[in-house]
Design a protein around this ligand. Structure first.
Ligand SMILES: [Zn+2]
Length: 455
């Protein structure tokens, strides 16, 4: 009969024993059958490691295994995107993570266990302080984080892991290869072997180009992040976390904004707001036309502008002069609150309860990268325009609250066709429920979006 204490002790001893030294394997990747035959086969490359042999002078089918022909490129981004990923995933399934370094002189990538180097607190701090910070407010001190390192710490006099192997590039044949026998080491030491569920794989390494395309298609078709994460993990047998996919999703939207910009003037991505992303998404959809009400402030004066993308995809920006002021609020007041300048109209101070309600509804982050503020945004699709022009007899609309992170009501207009089926044709993110916002929508936005020329 083993009691609990003894069992824990034995487990501890076993783990310690494993941490002393263990061999990794098997490590499966796909390779080509031969240099000329590109049929892919599964191959355990752990048998090539640890033979104390140098790079073969003339790589051939005799002494090498070739990686598939579709990855016959060698540039920094290509290696990062394709080559590192293949080996990272193989090692991830074997219970450890990799680090990779390109060695130009020997034309090879040196892979090692990520516990092969010591953690150096001083150098780490030094490097972090040199990196540009991707935050909204650069003047703010960074928050203290309780960071943990997975690398061994030198003070403990721990031995670092010696696991390593190389993948070579043949510049004559333009192919990646693994020698049938190479040096390096298959032995890990100083750490145990982990279940892959406990390891974190970087999304860029875990997902091939095809899988990344699938992920971006999932985002395009409005699949949830959780659903996309489950799908990718199931297809690739990996364990990406939800926040990793959330990051990819946000990055793909930010890339749309960055594409529209002057490439020399790319801001740090934390400065890109939800308003920028919304405009970029609408601008990049060929079948969408939109009109937006923006405000800008120069020397204390607030100017309203109308930015419009019509169905031929031309974008125009012009000054907006329509009278929208209502008794309780006006677009200028709203913009002033958002820009943080003094309200130009006295009405904003003399109003009672209604006003404070509007104030509470000022959304959080509507600044655009060009310094303007997005007040309202309405859009339609080519299909919606056509249906509205065909069946303009009935229109009904309603606002839905809590549909977006910026806490703006989403106003939808619907129509009804000859088959008694309803269709949505115009959508608008309202700045608030103030009267002027509705005046703008019905008097300016709807006539702009539906000139009545679609059929
Ligand atoms: Zn190791």
């Amino acid at each position: 009969m083993v009691n609990y204490k003894e069992a824990v002790q034995r487990l501890g001893e076993l783990l310690e024993k494993e941490a002393e030294e263990w061999s990794a394997g098997p490590l499966f990747i796909k390779i080509a059958k031969s240099l000329t035959n590109d049929d892919e086969i599964d191959f355990d490359f752990s048998i090539t490691i640890g033979h104390d042999k140098r790079r073969p002078k003339t790589p051939s089918d005799e002494n090498c295994y070739w990686l598939p022909v579709n990855i016959n490129e060698n540039s920094a981004t290509f290696r990062e995107k394709n080559i590192y990923g293949i080996f990272s995933v193989a090692c991830y399934h074997a219970g450890f993570n990799l680090v990779a370094n390109w060695m130009k002189r020997e034309e090879c990538v040196v892979f090692g266990c990520n516990r092969k180097r010591f953690h150096n607190e001083e150098r780490n701090k030094d490097q972090m302080s040199k990196r540009p910070r991707n935050v909204k407010d650069q003047s703010k001190e960074p928050a203290q984080r309780d960071r943990k390192t997975v690398r061994p710490i030198k003070e403990n006099d721990e031995e670092t892991c010696k696991f390593s192997f190389r993948v070579y590039w043949d510049s004559d044949k333009e192919r990646w290869f693994l020698p049938k026998q190479q040096s390096g080491s298959l032995k890990h030491c100083g750490h145990g072997h982990f279940d892959s569920k406990l390891l974190r794989l970087e999304a860029k390494h875990g997902l091939s180009a095809d899988e990344q395309k699938l992920a971006s298609d999932c985002f395009q078709t409005k699949n949830t992040t959780t659903g996309t994460t489950n799908l990718l993990n199931y297809r690739n047998n990996i364990g990406l976390e939800r926040h990793q996919i959330q990051y990819l999703k946000k990055k793909s939207k930010n890339d749309l904004v960055i594409n529209d910009m002057d490439p020399d003037n790319v801001p740090n991505t934390a400065e890109i707001t939800a308003a920028d992303r919304t405009l970029a998404i609408l601008k990049n959809k060929p079948n969408v036309s939109f009109t937006a009400l923006t405000a800008e402030c120069s020397s204390g004066l607030i100017t309203l502008k109308r930015r419009k993308q019509s169905f031929n995809n031309s974008v125009t920006v012009e000054e907006f002069n329509m009278e929208l002021q209502d008794d309780t609020d006006s677009p200028e007041d709203f913009a002033a609150r958002e820009l943080g300048v003094d309200a130009p109209f006295s009405t904003s101070t003399s109003t009672g309860g209604k006003k404070s309600e509007n104030e509470r509804q000022v959304p959080k982050n509507l600044h655009l990268k060009n310094g303007q503020v997005l007040l309202a945004l309405a859009w339609t699709t080519d299909g919606g325009r056509r249906e509205f022009d065909m069946f303009p007899e009935i229109v009904f609309g309603d606002a839905t609250e809590e549909t977006n992170s910026e806490e703006r009501p989403l106003y939808t207009l619907l129509g009804k066709d000859n088959m008694n089926k309803s269709f949505g044709h115009t959508w608008c993110f309202m700045p608030s429920n103030a009267k002027w916002a509705y005046s703008w929508f019905f008097e300016d936005a709807v006539p702009t979006l539906h000139p009545g020329t679609a059929c």
